[in-house]
Design a protein around this ligand. Sequence first.
Ligand SMILES: [Fe+2]
Length: 402
Amino acid sequence: MIWEMKKIYYRGYQRVLNTALNLMTYPIPELLTGAGSVIKLPSEIKKRNCNNILIVTDKILYDLGLLNSLTDELKKQNIEFSIFNGVNPNPTIQNVEDALKLYKKDNCSCVIGFGGGSSMDCAKVVAARVTNNKTVSQMRGNFKLKKKTAPLYLVPTTAGTGSETTVAAVIVDPTIHEKFAICDFKVVPKVAVIDANLMLGLPKHITSTTGMDALTHAVEAYIGKSRTKKTDENAEKCVKIVFDSLEKVYEDGSNIKLREEMGMAAFYGGVAFTRAFVGYVHAIAHTLGGLYGIPHGLANAIILPYMLEYFGSSIYDRLAKLAVITDIGSENESNEELSKKFINKIWEMNRNMNIPDGFKEIKEEDVILIAKTAIKEGNPGYPVPKIMTLDECITIVRKLMR
Ligand SMILES: [Fe+2]
């Protein structure tokens, strides 16, 4: 009985939030696209009167020289810049504070986040810290930012997170081993650059797992209860591209056309989930990331098919539609059959891209903690198709153990 009451409360909460979100306009960044488009960014920034930029990135990209085309163009246009290259694979509060210190020391007036989701999320929060008199922890949750962030520009170098268009930034608090999200319209950048040239050198395992992250965004948005016509359209575009192109680009990373397609797939997935939310796949993935440092895309890729199987008949119609759109089934098959085909396609993609089907890291003594943390993130915030109990989540976490 208590559980039934809780479920009613969760659904009520989600409906109220959804009604409120329907009244709001989601900002979408201006896009610069095409191979080599990053060199157009400096003039865009100059136009907006910023002449001293903080670039937030990670050490690997910095050492690879991936920033060179951007920094050469900045020099050419006499725009000053400083580089913070200390973002961790899971960005921490300390990363934000260190970058902010450099921003202030060098009198910067805008921020470029350059890299994967980690660098972009770190940059979002740095830009928010510049103007908002709150600690990173105080920004945790929805709509906690009072003031506009410092002008923000994002350049993804992976095709997955969609962070270049989302209202969210995920940060780790290592003192409590937790990942948490800061969600606010204000962290959507002014301009995002989707430049496939920057993605050509991505190693295979990053190509596959970030691509599966994009797929997870689209699928969780598509099966959730806060979906809209627009989020459905974007999710469908994303799923179609990922099914068509991800395995190919995994095999042929130098194919610029496929890289471009995947860059756009990630963007479409981002547009879908920033309004329609993610779900329990992300809740468990964030928990595993916070606890063991498991990369986000890898965690999602592994968890996604298990969670879709758990949702069962509650999402047959949704997955069936995706199966038809992606040509892995036809309309004369039953929804159940099509849904199974869709899930099988994900298992198959994971196998073909050498993604395992479970996690060696999960320890028996952590199972309940993982389930509790994931449930806390998921309920009531995520408008999932079926609300999961703690016991059901424990069963799924056990299935994920290797
Ligand atoms: Fe994600």
